[in-house]
Design a protein around this ligand. Structure first.
Ligand SMILES: [Zn+2]
Length: 222
């Protein structure tokens, strides 16, 4: 395991890996695993209590029983995945999938309440400037996270401008993949076959930054 930054500092290491409590904010079940699954596992292995805050249950545009069934499935899958990653506490909110942008202030208030309760040393959320996948829910989670975090230490995931890389080995990568694939409606085998190559390449390219096989990339706000 290693941590790197353009301007390495011991403070950076201690903030991340001496954190006693960490909050990861997402819009949908699976957001956090895609970009931070390895980090979540390592933090918890290091004794940190990790909490996931997820704005929607991922019902997408479906209506009626289809929507409710999908939400139930994805809620269960989020809990399965958190268990695989070491037992993160999961808090799911009931904002509508695809329209979280209408509820940024309300989600931010929920997050403020959660932050008051768990008092995280560090907070992670979507990068609002991530243009590779400009999903309005992701941007809404980024905004809500930024508002709620106030003056606390915050890192963005899903960023194109990383300044911190969290390196790990094949074992942790396998745990990350297992957690991601616990979201069975989102990563069925045929979809996984499509994205597997680019997923691994992204992590390998990030790993080069820290001399490890794989890594996750983050942007810490200065
Ligand atoms: Zn998402």
């Amino acid at each position: 395991m290693s941590v790197s930054q353009n301007n390495p500092s011991n403070n950076m290491r201690s903030q991340l890996f001496e954190a006693k409590s960490a909050l990861f904010i997402g819009a949908h079940p699976d957001d956090i695993e895609f970009y931070c699954g390895g980090l979540v596992y390592m933090l918890q292995a290091n004794g940190c209590q990790v909490t996931f805050a997820v704005g929607t249950r991922g019902g997408k545009g479906y209506t009626g029983w289809m929507k409710r069934r999908l939400e139930r499935l994805r809620t269960a899958h989020q809990h399965d995945s958190a268990h695989i990653l070491g037992g993160a506490k999961v808090v799911l909110y009931d904002y509508s999938d695809k329209s979280l942008a209408n509820d940024v202030q309300s989600y931010a208030q929920d997050l403020k309440t959660l932050i008051k309760n768990i008092n995280p040393d560090v907070i992670f959320t979507w990068d609002p400037d991530f243009i590779y996948n400009p999903h309005s829910d992701h941007q809404a989670a980024a905004q809500a996270g930024r508002i709620a975090s106030e003056k606390r230490c915050i890192y963005y995931y899903g960023t194109r401008e990383p300044n911190v890389w969290i390196g790990f080995d094949i074992n942790i990568m396998q745990i990350k993949i297992k957690a991601l694939r616990a979201h069975r409606t989102e990563t069925p085998w045929y979809y996984w076959m499509l994205i597997r190559g680019s997923f691994l390449t992204r992590h390998k390219n990030a790993g080069v930054k820290v001399g490890e096989r794989y890594a996750e990339a983050l942007r810490r706000l200065s």
